[in-house]
Ligand binder design. Structure first.
Ligand SMILES: Nc1nc2c(ncn2[C@@H]2O[C@H](COP(=O)(O)OP(=O)(O)O)[C@@H](O)[C@H]2O)c(=O)[nH]1
Ligand SMILES: [Mg+2]
Length: 369
C-alpha cells in the first residue's frame, strides 16, 4: 500500500483554506479515497473543526498551539486518523497567522517523522482584499507592517500560490494581482481559483498531484517581527448556549452576531482579520463569516433552520486588545440573543494574544542538499 498523501494548505486568516479543504476532501472521497483532516488553532472551540465535522468529514484537531510549535501533536493527531488503517489522504490546515511552515512542518515530516508520508507541494491561498493592498504597498495595509511581513513570508515559502475568490473579481483585478505576485515573488506558479464556486479547482487539484523538488525554498525569518505581528491580533474562541421560548432563525442569529461585531470593531477602528461563527442544533448547522473590515458579513453555509436551542461557537481574530475584544463579544452575544428574545449562556471563552512561536523543529536544509 502506498503512503498517505499529506496535503497542507496555507494562507492568511480568512483566505479560504477551510472552504478549500472541504472541497478537496469531497473531491478525493468521490474518487473512492479515504480522507482525514487535521485542523489547528491556538486554543479549543474552533469553528473550522465544528464546521468540517458537521459536513461529515473525519477531523482531528490540534488545539492549544500551532503545528510548528507542537509538531508531536500534529503527528499524533495524524496517527489517530482513520479507523482500521491510515487514510489515503491527510489534509492539514495550519493557523492562518503562521509562517515558516516548510522549515517547521514540511521538512520535519519528510526528514524526521518515522512514518512515511507522501508530502504534496505546499500551496498558499491569498485573500485578494488583504493581499492586493500589501502587494501594492498601500499605507496601513494588512493590519500593520509586522502582520504584512507574515503575509509576505507565507508567499515566499510557497511551492505555489493561489489567488482565491476570483468569483468576486474582474479579470483585470486578477491579472494585476498575479502580475504583482510574479514581480515580487518570481518563480512561484500562480493559480486562480474560487473555492466557493469551484472555478479553477481542477487545476488546483492537478497541481497538488505533482511530485518533484518541492519544499526547497530557503527562507530567513525574523522571529521577533513574526511574533510581534501575530501578537497584534486579539484572538477569541467562545462557545455559547442559546435557549428561547419561541423558535428563531438560526442563520439570522449568526449573521446578527457578526454584523454587530463588525459595527463595534469599526467604531473603535479595530481591523478585523476574520470573524466566524457556527450554530449547531441536532445535525443542522449554519456558518457566518466576515473576512475583513471592508467587506460584508456573509452566510457561508446556511442552516435554513428554525430552532429554539443552539450551540454557537464564535471565533474572532481582530487587531485589538484582548480585554476589549472579550468585552465586546460578550456584549454583542447578549444583545443579539436578547433581540430574539433568547437567553444566552457563555460556556467557554478564551481570549488572548498569540504567544511567541517557538518551533519544535526548524530544518533549514533540504534532505538532498
Ligand atoms: N466569494 C467567495 N468567498 C469565499 C471563497 N473562498 C472562501 N470564501 C468565504 O470566505 C470566508 C472565509 O473562508 P474560510 O475557508 O473559512 O477561510 P480560512 O480562514 O482561510 O479557513 C467564508 O465566508 C467563505 O465562504 C471564494 O472563492 N469566493
Ligand atoms: Mg479556516
Amino acid at each position: 500500500m502506498s503512503n498517505p498523501r499529506f496535503v497542507m494548505i496555507g494562507g492568511f486568516l480568512g483566505a479560504g483554506k477551510t472552504t478549500t479543504v472541504a472541497r478537496l476532501a469531497r473531491h478525493y472521497m468521490e474518487q473512492g479515497l479515504s480522507v482525514g483532516i487535521v485542523t489547528n488553532d491556538q486554543t479549543t472551540d474552533l469553528v473550522d473543526t465544528n464546521s468540517l465535522r458537521a459536513q461529515g468529514f473525519e477531523v482531528g484537531e490540534v488545539a492549544g498551539s500551532c503545528f510548528c510549535c507542537n509538531f508531536n501533536a500534529l503527528t499524533s493527531t495524524v496517527e489517530r486518523l482513520g479507523k482500521a488503517e491510515r487514510p489515503d489522504v491527510i489534509i492539514a490546515e495550519p493557523v492562518g497567522s503562521c509562517t515558516d511552515l516548510v522549515a517547521t512542518v514540511v521538512r520535519p515530516l519528510v526528514q524526521i517523522y518515522e512514518q512515511p508520508l507522501d508530502v504534496a507541494p505546499y500551496g498558499v491561498i491569498i485573500k485578494p482584499s488583504h493581499g492586493a493592498k500589501i502587494l501594492r504597498n498601500e499605507a496601513g495595509a494588512g493590519f500593520s507592517p509586522k502582520a504584512a511581513y507574515i503575509f509576505r513570508k507565507q508567499i515566499e515559502e510557497a511551492d505555489f500560490v493561489v489567488i482565491n475568490r476570483i468569483d468576486e473579481m474582474s479579470a483585470d483585478a486578477v491579472n494585476d494581482l498575479a502580475q504583482r505576485l510574479e514581480e515580487q515573488f518570481p518563480g512561484r506558479p500562480i493559480l486562480r481559483m474560487s473555492a466557493k464556486s469551484g472555478e479553477g479547482f481542477a487545476a488546483f487539484c492537478e497541481f497538488l498531484e505533482q511530485r518533484g523538488d518541492f519544499g526547497q525554498r530557503l527562507m530567513e525569518v525574523d522571529y521577533d517581527i513574526y511574533a510581534e505581528g501575530e501578537a497584534e491580533l486579539g484572538w477569541l474562541n467562545s462557545q455559547i448556549r442559546v435557549n428561547s421560548a419561541q423558535p428563531f432563525e438560526l442563520d439570522d442569529l449568526l449573521l446578527d452576531i457578526i454584523r454587530r461585531l463588525q459595527t463595534e470593531f469599526s467604531t473603535i477602528s479595530a481591523e478585523t482579520a476574520h470573524l466566524k461563527t457556527i450554530g449547531l442544533w441536532e445535525g443542522f448547522y449554519g456558518v457566518a463569516n466576515l473576512v475583513s473590515s471592508f467587506t460584508e458579513p456573509e452566510l457561508s453555509l446556511p442552516s435554513n433552520c428554525r430552532v429554539s436551542q443552539a450551540s454557537v461557537v464564535v471565533n474572532a481574530r481582530v487587531a485589538t486588545d484582548p480585554t476589549q475584544l472579550e468585552r465586546l463579544v460578550r456584549e454583542v452575544v447578549d444583545a443579539a440573543c436578547a433581540a430574539l428574545p433568547a437567553e444566552s449562556q457563555i460556556d467557554t471563552l478564551q481570549c488572548f494574544r498569540p504567544g511567541r512561536p517557538v518551533p519544535t523543529h526548524r530544518i533549514l536544509q533540504d534532505a538532498t542538499t
